[in-house]
Ligand binder design. Structure first.
Ligand SMILES: [Mg+2]
Length: 100
């Protein structure tokens, strides 16, 4: 699935919010919360609680992505195009990091 298709798939979901609340802001906060959940998984590994559960981490990454796709929809952002633009910028900016 490409980013455009994923963004379209997320259009089917809408979180009910009280009147006057900005849906885009809600989704950005949701993404930040999910990043925190992913960080907590990694933190517990560093603390010595056990090995990394990659499946659990992958699902938190997916949560982050879903919220970003929903935020992009709310702000009418073409995230695939933005990704391509940013990769071009980063390719110039971080030239020494690009594998050849
Ligand atoms: Mg989560």
């Amino acid at each position: 699935m490409d980013i455009k298709a994923a963004q379209r798939q997320c259009e089917a979901y809408t979180c009910p919010l009280p009147e006057g609340h900005d849906r885009g802001s809600y989704y950005i906060l949701g993404a930040a919360g999910e990043v925190g959940e992913a960080a907590n998984i990694v933190k517990k590994v560093l603390r010595g609680d056990g090995p990394l559960d990659k499946q659990e981490l992958a699902l938190e990454f997916a949560d982050v992505l879903i919220y970003l796709l929903c935020a992009s929809n709310a702000y009418e952002i073409d995230l695939e195009r933005a990704f391509e633009q940013k990769m071009e910028i980063n390719a110039k900016r971080f030239k020494r990091w690009v594998k050849t």
